[in-house]
Every structure is written in structure tokens, then in C-alpha cells.
Design a protein around this ligand. Structure first.
Ligand SMILES: [Mg+2]
Length: 217
């Protein structure tokens, strides 16, 4: 057993609100009903993102400014990233979100993390999003595949998420921290999950559940 690894969603998990939704609502490129409908288990988040942002006339600078002014991080996320780095816990982020807002977010917090985000390009009339890592599967299966991969490599995996598209990954993980719709879904379907409030709790959990090596081994 190699110890623990971590996989996390970004929007609504590392951030307190879904940044994509927040941006679309703030600038009037979508409405609450459309966004609510995008959370159905039947909707592919990546398709929603592509179509919702196709008409979002925003510049890279406007998005970066929005991130700096309006996007709040969940408590303890930076400490958790630093903890993982210092403790040899592989950590990665698998997200249906976009680099245009993720990059300024991580830059602002001064951390670098292995991550998978959609690629956003400002084009005429809006933003074109592509998902180079989703050639073979949908986002929800991709997230699950990242958990599966680490488990096959011998890790126990802690997963963090908040949305229905995180449910497949949560089902495979050894420990789940869930917020919002994911927490509700886990409870309805009998998947053990702790409420995600502060990432420092996960660091404490990993520390507590990592056996210290015995002197002779
Ligand atoms: Mg999310």
C-alpha cells in the first residue's frame, strides 16, 4: 500500500461557488433555470459549458479580474495542496471548468497543481471551449478513471466534489468529501461521504489514517 492520493473537482469544490455558472449569471449570458437544468444527471457538463460559453463575450482580462474580485476559495484548500506536496500525496484536479478562470485562480493563490481543465479561447462572439482529455469518454467517466488509475497504482484515494458529474468518481473512492448536490446524491444512494467544509479536515484524516512505518520495516 502506497498511502493516499487525492482527486478533486474544482468548481464549487475548491471554490465556494461554481465559477462558470457565476460568470455566466453575473454577465447575463445565462439564467438560473438553464443552469439548474444543467445539473441533471442526464446532462453532460462539458456540452453545457461549450454551448453556454459560445455566446459569452468576455475577454481574458475580464475573466481574470472577475476571479480576483469575486471568486472565493474554500477554507484550507491552499494548505491542503501544500500538505499533499510535503507528504508525497499525489493530488490532481479533474474539472469540466476552463483554464481561463482556473489559471488566474491558482496564480492568485500561488500554487501549482496537476490538473485537467477545458481549454477556453476567446473567439469572435464568445468563448470556444475544447476538452483535449475527453476524446475517449465523458467528463463524469473521466473523473472516475482518474480515481481508478490511482487505485490501480496502489493508492487509497480521497475524492472531493460537489456535483452530479462527480458521483461516479465518488463511488470508486476510498474516502469522499462532498458538498451540495453530490452530498445529497451520496446520501440518497448510500455512498459514505463526509460533508466538505474545510480541506484541512482531509489533511487530518490522511495523517490519522497513514500508518507510521515501524522501526524495523
Ligand atoms: Mg463542481
Amino acid at each position: 500500500m502506497k498511502g493516499w492520493a487525492a482527486v478533486s473537482d474544482f468548481d464549487g469544490t475548491i471554490t465556494l461557488r461554481d465559477v462558470g455558472d457565476h460568470l455566466l449569471l453575473h454577465y447575463g449570458f445565462s439564467d438560473k433555470e438553464t443552469i439548474e437544468a444543467s445539473y441533471s444527471l442526464k446532462v453532460r457538463v462539458e456540452n453545457f459549458m461549450k454551448s453556454a460559453f459560445a455566446g459569452a463575450r468576455l475577454t481574458e482580462d475580464a475573466i481574470a479580474g472577475f476571479v480576483r474580485g469575486k471568486v472565493r476559495a474554500r477554507a484550507g484548500f491552499r494548505e491542503f495542496i501544500l500538505f499533499c506536496g510535503a507528504s508525497g500525496v499525489p493530488l490532481e484536479i479533474a474539472s469540466g471548468g476552463v483554464d481561463l478562470y482556473a489559471d488566474p485562480f491558482f496564480k492568485m493563490h500561488g500554487v501549482k497543481v496537476r490538473s485537467f481543465f477545458g481549454r477556453g479561447r476567446v473567439v469572435k462572439g464568445g468563448i470556444k471551449i475544447t476538452y483535449p482529455f475527453l476524446k475517449l469518454m465523458d467528463l463524469s467517466s473521466f473523473k472516475a478513471s482518474r480515481v481508478r488509475r490511482l487505485k490501480r497504482a496502489g493508492y487509497r484515494v480521497v475524492f472531493f466534489g460537489d456535483g452530479p458529474n462527480d458521483f461516479k468518481a465518488a463511488q470508486l473512492a476510498d474516502k469522499v468529501y462532498a458538498a451540495g448536490r453530490l452530498l445529497k446524491l451520496c446520501r440518497e444512494r448510500g455512498i459514505a461521504a463526509s460533508p466538505l467544509t474545510d480541506f484541512r479536515k482531509a489533511a487530518a484524516f490522511i495523517r490519522k489514517n497513514t500508518a507510521s512505518p515501524t522501526p524495523d520495516s
